[in-house]
Design a protein. Structure first.
Length: 292
């Protein structure tokens, strides 16, 4: 496996920290720096020739967008795993087209480890019900199927440090109580992102960035990645990396949608950029600016 991490885990000068069985090539796992130039990342991955490619969704999509025909033929994992941040439909399409394999998303946290994994048949997230109780609550009450709530977890096997209804600070959408694929797990339909990723409107109200961005993404399927930057309640910039070069009409459709979403009191600007580099932790920052 090749994993994208903020910085390399080991180097030639330091003792190899891997278990002996990994050193002999059994379930080998290698990590590379996800914040380097795309060309360098592609070359490193090609040299590793991974069976499974895993990393932050935006980082893998960034590499996938930079993979040419020749490089793509050298990188042929069995499948791709993403996690650590929300995976958009455009990112998934870019990854799957570049590597010609399916991409599966994982949802977890530092405190609880793996919480849910994406079903290969339905696309829903199977919750690890045998290890953790995942509750989606709104104003302290459980949400119904298809409704959005804040994620709270209770760990069933954390003996040293109990976690009871621990607030993760994430928003997600409740799925069916059982996945239609027949697996005996409850499900999550979608992972929205962090609760703190809110836009402060001029009238003092808050709007989660996803509800502002979702209609623009629907209008612009050409959007690969984005960042919503807010300098003041009345100024918002939507920075966008495009999958393919959009027409002026396609750009204007997204711009008009943004203006309609935020209203006349907000100076909304759409800016096309070549790249949105990851933050210090290696994750893609989707929202930058004012917080409640």
């Amino acid at each position: 496996m090749s994993f994208f991490t903020p910085h390399g885990i080991w180097n030639d000068a330091a003792p190899d920290p891997r278990p002996a069985w990994q050193c002999f090539g059994v379930l080998r796992r290698d990590a590379i720096d996800c914040v380097g130039p795309v060309a360098d990342l592609v070359e490193q991955i090609a040299l590793l020739d991974p069976d499974v490619l895993s990393g932050y969704g935006a980082s893998v999509a960034r590499v996938a967008a930079g993979v040419g025909t020749a490089e793509g033929e050298r990188i042929r994992p069995r499948f791709v795993m993403t996690g650590g941040e929300s995976l958009s439909a455009a990112m998934r399409q870019t990854i799957e087209e570049a590597f010609e394999v399916p991409a599966y998303d994982l949802y977890g946290s530092t405190e609880a480890n793996l919480l849910a994994w994406q079903c290969a048949e339905t696309g829903l997230y199977h919750v690890c019900d045998d290890n953790v109780v995942v509750e989606l609550l709104c104003d302290g009450e459980p949400v119904g199927e298809g409704e959005e709530g804040e994620v709270f977890v209770t760990l069933l096997h954390s003996r040293a440090m109990p976690f009871l209804r621990y607030r993760l600070g994430d928003l997600a959408v409740r799925g069916p109580e059982r996945c239609p694929c027949g697996a005996p797990w409850s499900t999550i339909d979608a992972i929205r992102g962090r609760t703190l990723e809110e836009v402060v409107l001029p009238d003092g109200t808050f709007l989660h960035h996803w509800w502002a961005v979702e209609p623009m993404i629907e209008q612009g399927p050409w959007i690969l990645s984005y960042r919503l930057v807010q300098s003041t309640p009345g100024e918002i910039t939507f920075e966008v990396v495009a999958r393919d070069e959009p027409s002026s009409e396609e750009i204007e459709a997204v711009r008009s949608c943004g203006r309609a979403t935020f209203g006349d009191d907000v100076d909304f600007r759409l800016v096309l950029v070549d790249e949105l580099p990851p933050g210090p932790a290696g994750k893609h920052l989707r929202h930058q600016g004012l917080t409640p």
